[in-house]
Ligand binder design. Structure first.
Ligand code: KG4
Ligand code: ZN
Length: 336
C-alpha cells in the first residue's frame, strides 16, 4: 500500500498537458498549455500545427508539472500517456516522450484511452465516487452513453451515429460567425436568449435506442439561418443559441435518465468538454432531483482536456494489471 506517483501526459488534440498525481485521485500538479489562439485563425484545429506546437512545448510542460508538484523524475513510479483517440501526429509527441521517460527511469508505462480519462476526471473531483454508475461522455469528438461497471470496465450502451455533441456546438457556432471552440460561447449566449424561440428538432431515434444523432439538428439550424437571411428577417443570435442548446441537452438528459432508471442506477456522471455546459448541468440536476438520481460532473478544467484525468485512468489501469510495453503505439481511432 505504498503511494504511487504518476506522471501523465496528454497531447491528443490542441492542449499540451502534463500532470503529477498521488494514486488515482490526488492531483499534485496539472499544467495545461492551450493552443486555441493559434488554431482560432483557421476556425478549427490544424493537425500539423498542433503536432509542431506539442513538440515545442512538451519538455517545458513536463518540467513545470514536476516542479509544481515538488517532485523530480526520480520520484515517479508510473508513466501514463494518452494513446488515442486523437490526432496521430499530436498523440505521437506524447507517446514518444512518455516512452523515453519510462525507459530512462525503468518505470512501468500505461497507454490510456482518452475517453476513459474523461470519465476518471470524476474520481479526482469526487473522492468517494465509485462504480457502478451511468455515464454520459460528451466531448468534441465523442458522445457515449455507458454503464460503468468497474474502474476499467465499461458497457457501451449508446453513441452518436454522426456528429459528436461538442462538434454540433462548434459547427453551429461557426455558422453564427462565432470563433472556435463554439461550445463555451453558445453556452454564454444561450443564457441571454429564449430557448423556446425556435422549435428545433429533438432527435430521439428509435424508441429503444440509446444512440444519438446531431447532424439533422445542425442542418435545421443552418436552414433556419439561411431562410431568415433570404427573407431579410433579423437573426437573434442569443435565441438561436438558446434554442439549439436546448434541443441538444434535452435529448442528452432524457436518454441518460432513461438508462439510469432502466439499470436502477442512482448516479449519473457526466464527462468531457460539453459537461462544462451550464444549461446541461442545470437540466440534468433538475431532472435528477425529480427522479431521485444523484448527478456528478467535474469542475470546468477537469471537463476539458487535461493530463490529470489521464493520470487517474493510468493509475486505475495499472492497479488492475493493464500495463503497456514499449511497442505501445498511437491509436487515432480508439473506441471506449
Ligand atoms: O473534451 P474536450 O476538451 O476535447 C475532446 O476530447 O473533444 O471537448 C471539447 C469540446 C468542444 O467541442 C467544445 O466546444 C466543447 O467541448 N465545450 C462546450 C463547453 N465547453 C467546451 N460545449 C458546450 N458548452 C460548454 N460550456
Ligand atoms: Zn477530450
Amino acid at each position: 500500500n505504498e503511494d504511487i506517483i504518476t506522471l501523465a501526459i496528454e497531447t491528443s488534440c490542441d492542449e499540451t498537458s502534463c500532470a503529477v498525481l498521488r494514486n488515482g485521485r490526488e492531483v499534485l500538479s496539472n499544467i495545461i498549455s492551450s493552443q486555441i489562439e493559434i488554431h482560432q485563425k483557421f476556425g478549427g484545429v490544424v493537425p500539423e500545427v498542433a503536432s509542431r506546437k506539442h513538440i515545442e512545448n512538451i519538455n517545458i510542460i513536463i518540467q513545470q508539472a514536476l516542479e509544481k508538484a515538488g517532485v523530480t523524475f526520480k520520484d515517479v513510479d508510473l508513466v501514463g500517456v494518452t494513446q488515442g483517440p486523437g490526432l496521430v501526429g499530436a498523440l505521437l509527441v506524447g507517446i514518444s516522450s512518455a516512452k523515453a521517460i519510462a525507459y530512462a527511469l525503468n518505470r512501468p508505462l500505461v497507454g490510456v484511452n482518452h475517453i476513459e480519462g474523461h470519465v476518471c476526471a470524476n474520481y479526482i473531483e469526487f473522492k468517494d465516487l465509485e462504480p457502478p454508475f451511468t455515464c454520459l461522455i460528451v466531448s468534441g469528438g465523442h458522445t457515449y452513453l455507458v454503464q460503468v461497471e468497474g474502474y476499467t470496465k465499461y458497457e457501451l450502451v449508446g453513441r452518436t451515429r454522426d456528429d459528436a455533441a461538442g462538434e454540433a456546438f462548434d459547427k453551429v457556432a461557426r455558422a453564427l460567425g462565432l470563433p472556435y471552440p463554439g461550445g463555451p460561447i453558445i453556452d454564454k449566449l444561450a443564457k441571454e436568449g429564449n430557448n423556446l424561440a425556435i422549435d428545433f428538432p429533438r432527435v430521439f431515434l428509435e424508441p429503444n435506442s440509446y444512440d444519438f444523432s446531431f447532424s439533422g439538428l445542425k442542418t435545421a439550424v443552418l436552414n433556419y439561418l439561411n431562410q431568415a437571411k433570404q427573407k431579410g428577417e433579423k437573426i437573434i443570435v442569443e435565441d438561436v443559441a438558446a434554442s439549439f442548446q436546448q434541443a441538444v441537452i434535452e435529448v442528452l438528459v432524457e436518454k441518460s435518465i432513461k438508462l439510469a432508471k432502466e439499470r436502477k442506477s442512482h448516479k449519473i456522471v457526466m464527462a468531457g468538454g460539453v459537461a462544462a455546459n451550464e444549461g446541461l448541468r442545470n437540466l440534468m440536476k433538475n431532472r435528477g432531483k425529480e427522479e431521485g438520481i444523484e448527478i456528478y460532473y467535474p469542475s470546468r478544467v477537469l471537463c476539458t482536456d487535461n493530463a490529470a484525468m489521464i493520470g487517474s485512468a493510468a493509475y486505475f489501469n495499472y492497479i488492475n494489471g493493464n500495463i503497456s510495453n514499449f511497442h505501445l503505439n498511437v491509436e487515432p481511432n480508439l473506441e471506449l
